[in-house]
Design a protein around this ligand. Structure first.
Ligand code: ACO
Length: 330
């Protein structure tokens, strides 16, 4: 069966106005700007207001991506919303967004794959386009991570921020490469290293949960660090080979923005020069599923990304999940 090409035709992102600096965090927990910068590379992050939920961030990013693609909401066949911080357990944030953005012809669902969610979302979108079922799909990765942050835990609360990034994936002309190759991997045996222990059917919220803050994000940072430093280069290599490329063919690497030391270690293993590796975690921290989408939009809007460039997206996250994508930029 010959598959239709799928291309990214529009990008958009949104981060809230409020900046929370490392200095601000020194007032909240026992930490220092020096520790946070030296261990993570993060200098500040954006914090959504009390009134803003994940769908509000997604709405702004989604509108910008539609405008960039030059299509209207009624042109959308599907909305996919990768997120670990949905507005509610249900209905899906994608359905809320479908109504608010006015996409009257679109179906929608959320996609739960932690920080790898944007890569998963692009892959799913590509499949619907490739079979000829759909023409335009909006992938909006959005997170209000501060809604599940334990502000008494210095080992996690310094890491995360809020934001959203969106891509319109559309059917491309024959012969165009666009979303060229994907590799997705899942390691459920490591799921316990990063989770929200309570609030689901296994352990509904009760007074003890609220007391122990098990409704917030828990993380074993050092173990995840080791998995990421090993896993990111491995999945990156597999994705590059699957596309029939070599590492030197890659113009831009957009990795999940979790920790500068992870990004630098992975880039060294891949032998890709620093100036080809996109970093914005110093300004936004770790925005989970949104991080690669925001970084991609930034290099597109500031003109670094040029037509003909080959992009490698590579992420890791809760699950434990890994994912890579090769995108030929049009
Ligand atoms: N300020 C000051 N000291 C701190 C802080 C803090 N914010 N946090 C931890 N420390 C202390 C610890 O208590 C420990 O002290 P001790 O030696 O006296 O016990 C010391 O610093 C070292 O702690 P480690 O946890 O070993 O520090 P590490 O160098 O591993 O850095 C970090 C921690 C930044 C979390 C790192 O492990 C990491 O980035 N891991 C990967 C996490 C990640 O990528 N998560 C995202 C995955 S998916 C997603 O994005 C949702």
């Amino acid at each position: 069966m010959s598959l239709r090409p799928a291309v990214i035709t529009g990008l958009g992102s949104y981060v809230p106005d409020r900046v929370l600096s490392n200095k601000d965090l020194e007032e909240i927990v026992d930490t220092t700007d020096e520790w946070i910068v030296s261990h993570t590379g993060i200098k500040e992050r954006r914090i959504a207001s009390d009134e803003q939920a994940t769908s509000d961030l997604a709405l702004e990013a989604g509108r910008r991506a539609l405008e960039d693609a030059g299509i209207g909401p009624d042109d959308l066949d599907m909305i996919i919303c990768p997120t670990i911080t949905p507005d509610h357990v249900f209905p899906a944030t994608a359905n809320i967004l479908q109504d608010r953005i006015g996409a009257s012809n679109a179906a929608g669902f959320d996609l739960l794959s932690g920080c790898t969610g944007f890569v998963y979302g692009l892959y799913v979108a590509r499949q619907f386009i490739a079979t000829g079922e759909m023409q335009n799909i909006l992938v909006v990765a959005a997170e209000k991570l501060t809604s599940i942050t334990d502000w008494t835990d210095r080992s996690t609360c310094v890491l995360f921020g809020d934001g959203a990034g969106a891509a319109v994936v559309s059917a491309g002309d024959d012969g165009v490469e666009g979303l060229a190759a994907f590799v997705l991997e899942s390691y459920g045996e490591y799921g316990h290293l990063l989770d929200v222990p309570a609030g689901g059917s296994r352990h509904p919220v009760d007074e003890e949960v609220l007391r122990s803050r098990d409704n917030c994000l828990h993380m074993n940072g050092p173990e995840l660090f080791k998995l990421a430093v090993r896993g990111i280069p491995e999945v990156a290599e597999k994705t590059i080979r699957k596309a029939g490329l070599t590492n030197s063919d890659i113009d831009w690497v957009v990795m999940h923005q979790a920790n500068l030391r992870i990004i630098e270690a992975a880039a060294r293993r891949l032998d890709i020069p620093d100036d080809r590796v996109v970093v914005n975690l110093d300004r936004y921290g770790n925005t989970s599923a949104a991080s690669m989408a925001i970084a991609l939009d930034e290099i597109y809007r500031d003109g670094r990304l040029q037509s003909g460039d080959t992009l490698l997206l590579v992420g890791f996250g809760a699950g434990f999940s890994l994912g890579g994508a090769i995108v030929k930029w049009q």
